[in-house]
Design a protein around this ligand. Structure first.
Ligand code: PLP
Length: 400
C-alpha cells in the first residue's frame, strides 16, 4: 500500500508541537531539570527559564508577567476562574452569568456550583452563536459576581463581542472572565483593551505541549486557589511547575502570535476555498457559525441524512482527521450543546462535521478533501434510510 500523508484537520482539538518548541523542551528535560523553587543556581536556572516564558506570554496578550498563573491547561484555568471567584466572593453573592455555548470546562464547573447552591444564568445565542447582550444586561443583579463568556467558540469558530461585554461588566463592577483558548494565536487578543479580569489559555492549541496552560488574573482580583500545597504561582496554584511545558508554551505563543497575521490570511483563504467547494459538491449541507466573525481556521457544517461519526470513520480510512459534534457513541445520545444552542435540529446536528485547519494545511490537502469527501457522503447516503425516505417523498424514487 502506498503511504499517504496524514491530512490533519482537527487543529481545534489539538495541534502538532512546533519543532522549535520541542527543542527548548528537550533542553529543559535533559539539562535544566532543577526545581524552580530552590535557591541554588541550578534551580534558579529553571526559574529563569520559567520567568522568561511568563514574560513572553504576558507580552503577547498585553498583561503583566505577575498576572500569569501557570496551570495544567485550559480546563484547570477555567476551573480556577469559576471556583476561585465563587469561593472568594461569597459575601457578595452566588450568581454567575455564562453562555450556552461554553466549553465543558466552564459549563460543567458552573453545573457543579449550581448543585452547591449557586445560581447560574446560561445566556442564549443567536443562530450564528453570538451571545445576546440585552439578555446579559437584564440578567445582572446585585448578587452577580462573575460573567464568563468565551472569546472564540471551539466548535463553530464564532467570535464573541468581548470588548462590549467587558464594557458592560465594568459598568456594573462585575468580574469578567473569558476562555480565550481558541482565540490566542489566531486572532488579536488584548486583555486590557477588552476589560478582562481573567482569561484562560492553553498551550496545546497553539503548537505547544499538552498539559500546560495559564490563567491571566488581573492585579487586585479577589480569587482563591482550588489546589492547596506550596506557595508557587503567587499562592494561587500549588505544585512544582511544569518547567519544560512552560518553556515550550512560551516559545509556542511567541511563534503563534508572531506569525498570526500571515497565518490567518493563508488559513482563511484555504478555509473559504474548502467551504465554497463543499457547498458546490455536497447537497443538503448547512454551514454553521458566523459568516464573518469567525476564526480563520474553522469550518463547521451539518450534512443532512448521515451520521457525523460514520463520516469521521470513513474520512479516517482516507487519511483525514476531522471531528463531529454528534455524540452517538456517548451515553447521552445528545448532539453538541453548541449546535443545539444555535438552533440546529437534532437530526441535522447528528450529521455535523468540523474541519479545523492549521499551519501545516496546504492547498493540495484542500483539493484532496474536496475530491474524496463528497464521494464519502454519497456512499453513506446510499445506505441512509432517512435519505431514501426524503427522495421518495419528493417523488425522486418510488420505493424506499
Ligand atoms: C481545548 C479547550 C479547552 C481545554 O483546554 P485543555 O488545555 O485541553 O484542558 C478549553 N476551552 C476551549 C475553548 C478549548 O478549545
Amino acid at each position: 500500500m502506498q503511504m499517504r500523508k496524514l491530512i490533519y484537520l482537527d487543529n481545534n482539538a489539538t495541534t502538532q508541537v512546533h519543532p522549535e518548541v520541542a527543542e527548548i523542551m528537550d533542553y529543559c528535560l535533559t539539562e535544566c531539570f532543577g526545581n524552580p523553587s530552590t535557591i541554588y543556581s541550578f534551580g534558579k536556572k529553571a526559574k529563569r527559564l520559567m520567568d522568561e516564558s511568563r514574560e513572553k506570554i504576558a507580552k503577547m496578550i498585553n498583561a503583566a508577567s505577575d498576572e500569569i498563573v501557570f496551570t495544567s491547561g485550559g480546563t484547570e484555568a477555567d476551573n480556577l476562574a469559576i471556583f476561585g471567584i465563587a469561593k472568594a466572593n461569597r459575601d457578595k453573592g452566588k450568581h454567575i452569568i455564562t453562555s450556552k455555548i461554553e466549553h465543558h470546562a466552564i459549563i460543567n464547573s458552573c453545573k457543579a456550583l449550581e448543585k452547591d447552591g449557586s445560581e447560574i444564568t446560561y445566556l442564549d445565542v443567536d443562530k450564528y452563536g453570538i451571545v445576546n447582550l440585552e439578555q446579559l444586561e437584564r440578567s445582572i443583579k446585585r448578587e452577580t459576581i462573575l460573567i464568563s463568556i468565551m472569546h472564540a467558540n471551539n466548535e463553530i469558530g464564532t467570535i464573541e463581542p468581548i470588548a462590549e461585554i467587558g464594557r458592560i461588566a465594568r459598568k456594573h463592577k462585575i468580574y469578567f472572565h473569558s476562555d480565550t483558548v481558541q482565540a490566542v494565536g489566531k486572532i488579536r487578543v488584548d486583555l486590557k483593551e477588552m476589560n478582562l479580569d481573567m482569561a484562560s489559555i492553553s498551550s496545546h492549541k497553539i503548537h505547544g505541549p499538552k498539559g500546560v496552560g495559564a490563567l491571566y488574573v488581573k492585579k487586585g482580583t479577589r480569587i482563591k486557589p482550588i489546589l492547596y500545597g506550596g506557595e508557587q504561582e503567587h499562592r494561587l496554584r500549588a505544585g512544582t511547575e511544569n518547567v519544560p511545558g512552560i518553556a515550550g508554551f512560551g516559545r509556542a505563543i511567541e511563534l503563534a502570535v508572531g506569525e498570526m497575521e500571515k497565518e490567518a490570511a493563508k488559513l482563511s483563504q484555504l478555509r473559504d476555498k474548502l467551504q465554497k467547494g463543499l457547498s458546490e459538491r455536497v447537497k443538503y449541507i448547512i454551514f454553521n457559525g458566523h459568516p464573518t466573525e469567525r476564526l480563520p481556521n474553522t469550518i463547521n457544517c451539518a450534512i443532512q441524512f448521515i451520521e457525523g461519526e460514520s463520516l469521521i470513520l470513513k474520512l479516517d480510512d482516507l487519511g483525514i482527521c476531522a471531528s463531529t459534534g454528534s455524540a452517538c457513541s456517548s451515553a447521552s445520545l445528545e448532539p453538541s450543546h453548541v449546535l443545539l444552542a444555535i438552533g440546529l435540529a437534532h437530526e441535522a446536528a447528528h450529521g455535523s462535521l468540523r474541519l479545523s485547519l492549521g499551519r501545516d494545511t496546504t492547498d493540495e490537502d484542500i483539493d484532496y478533501v474536496l475530491d474524496v469527501l463528497p464521494k464519502a457522503v454519497e456512499e453513506l447516503r446510499a445506505f441512509s434510510p432517512p435519505y431514501k425516505e426524503f427522495l421518495r417523498k419528493r417523488g425522486l424514487i418510488t420505493k424506499a
